[in-house]
Design a protein around this ligand. Sequence first.
Ligand SMILES: *Cc1c(COP(=O)(O)O)cnc(C)c1O
Length: 421
Amino acid sequence: MKLETKCLHEGYEPKNGESRALPIYQSTTFKYNSTEQVAKLFDLTESGFFYSRLANPTVDAVEKKLASLEGGVGAILTSSGQAANMLALLNILGSGDHFISSASIYGGTFNLFAVTLKKLGIEVTFIDNDASDDEIRAAFKPNTKAVFGETISNPTIAIFDIERFAKVAHEKGVPLIVDNTFATPVLCRPIEFGADIVTHSTTKYLDGHALQVGGAIVDSGKFDWANGNYPEMTEPDESYHGVVYTKDFGAAAYITKARVQLMRDMGVCQSAMGAFLINQGMETLPIRMERHCKNADVVAHFLNEQDKVEAVSYPTLEGDAYADMAKKYLPDGCSGVIAFTLKGGREAGIRFIDSLKLISLVVHVADIRTCVLHPASSTHRQMSDEQLSAAGIAPGLIRLSVGLENVDDIIEDIKQALENV
Ligand SMILES: *Cc1c(COP(=O)(O)O)cnc(C)c1O
């Protein structure tokens, strides 16, 4: 099946006389006839649903669909994008370990890495999103266990050179984790460029309708966890009577461990109803992404011509720093998200946002309705000015998430708001 068809048909196939729409299995638990069978489920020698923290048929269908769209061997849905990135790392790092991250990432992820993982004894080194191969190599330490970046960074719209970062990471025997939230598998499939693990905030385009907070991890199944750097993958897990993930689960070692260890212990699961809503969004994802990209391209060009606008970041603009990379990684479009600054900085930005009528100020992005946000005073307000500038976020930066309204109406609203600046 091609991608558009997978979005509609992958993961759930009704049998004769069954529900056409994905059923919502609104149940915490599942019934069995013998203690022997339940024991096998707990030993992981048989698979089946038994408790919705670990697996649920509605959630499972959406996990299968997303894994297929990204070209992975398996996926888990999580309660949020934050939970996805946290588990993606905790699955292979522990106290005393280190990882490398692009500095151009979502503010919440930055906080997770710099503050909360640090408290757990996991150290991060942030490097420039455009670091050279040698600069990436120089950030490695003997205890480095992963490299992380975002396909299209939130909010600066920097593109991550997945293939190059993957090459250096693999040279060093560690996996590349890519947060593919803004691109979605419609615009970019990081595994095709060498990423080993892909994460998502499904809250954004996958859902797309601002209904359900959620996240996901997809495993490419390609990384060699038995290379000596990941003993938890190759040594017996006593909490499952000595299961060895690489031996017992082969290519699905990573994603199986994430589910049966971390989801079991931390409980950051998606609900059946939540998965249903995410699936509802995913069914129309390709057609929505096409229009988001088309509208954003028109709006970016409009902004670029306005006297009051200082700079616009959108990779389809001529001269954009990422124009060439976009041709490689995002040939079908660069999502609906645009970053721009007004002359007059922070104050002008605030006056602009407060003057908008159709476009709404929300702490959200990648919605069907056009929305806007000022990162320095909201999502990234915990960052110092130095951290902001390292991440490429000017104090006056505005993140505009172009929706599916008629583009003339979007531009009309921007025009009238600019007149008030
Ligand atoms: C929003 C976002 C997250 C966090 O996801 P939540 O679902 O809000 O927890 C992570 N990464 C990126 C790129 C995001 O845009």
